[in-house]
Design a binder for this molecule. Structure first.
Ligand code: GRF
Length: 189
């Protein structure tokens, strides 16, 4: 998994695996921010965590190369971007074709890009939601795996809507991983 922030989606996926509701194992977390909450959660949960600080890499491709090398060493089958606040390049996308899943806090194709929750509030929609999708080069543009609708309620501010959104993100991400895995050819041998 890849994470940059609080890591609540990371923890939700680890718990889904450990409870048996998702038949998978989170074998490696990579973070790009030394102070991120996801890193602390990984330590608490006993999930190996590597730091690849984006500030140590001149180009986006260089960061992605470091990430791919780390995941290759752990023999991962599928990569989940759980709040990975970096634009990914063909280096990562090409290493995991149809195996790279992202979670985004809007009902795509609405409100792509940064601060989708703020975009939804500014637009005045009464229904928003979250989307788990496969990653392609077009940002937030890949095939949709699972969506959940989240109402925007009177009096909602950014924090309240984001918190309600995250409950649904945590619900759909394990389904999305299962669906992404089911689309893949069976492993040989
Ligand atoms: C989530 O809302 C996700 O949709 C967005 O970043 C947030 C990450 O939250 N891409 P967390 O770090 O998993 O708590």
């Amino acid at each position: 998994m890849l994470a940059s922030g609080h890591g609540s989606n990371f923890e939700a996926l680890v718990q889904a695996c450990r409870s048996g509701s998702l038949v998978a194992e989170v074998v490696q977390l990579v973070v790009n921010n030394p102070a991120c909450g996801a890193r602390q959660r990984a330590a608490r949960l006993g999930v190996p965590c590597l730091l690849h600080d984006h500030r140590d890499h001149r180009q986006r491709q260089d960061l992605d190369r470091a990430v791919v090398t780390s995941f290759a060493a752990s023999s991962v089958d599928l990569v989940v971007m759980a709040g990975w606040m970096r634009i990914v390049t063909p280096v990562l996308i090409g290493a995991y074709p149809d195996r790279l899943v992202n979670i985004h806090p809007s009902l795509l194709p609405s409100f792509r890009g940064l601060d989708a929750v703020g975009q939804a509030l500014a637009a005045g929609v009464t229904l928003s939601g979250c989307t788990a999708h496969l990653v392609v080069e077009e940002v937030d543009g890949g095939p949709i795996l699972v969506q959940a609708a989240v109402p925007v309620l009177p009096g909602d501010d950014h924090d309240r809507l984001a918190a309600r959104m995250q409950v649904q993100e945590h619900r759909i991400l394990p389904y999305a991983v299962a669906l992404a895995a089911a689309r893949l050819p069976l492993a040989q041998g």
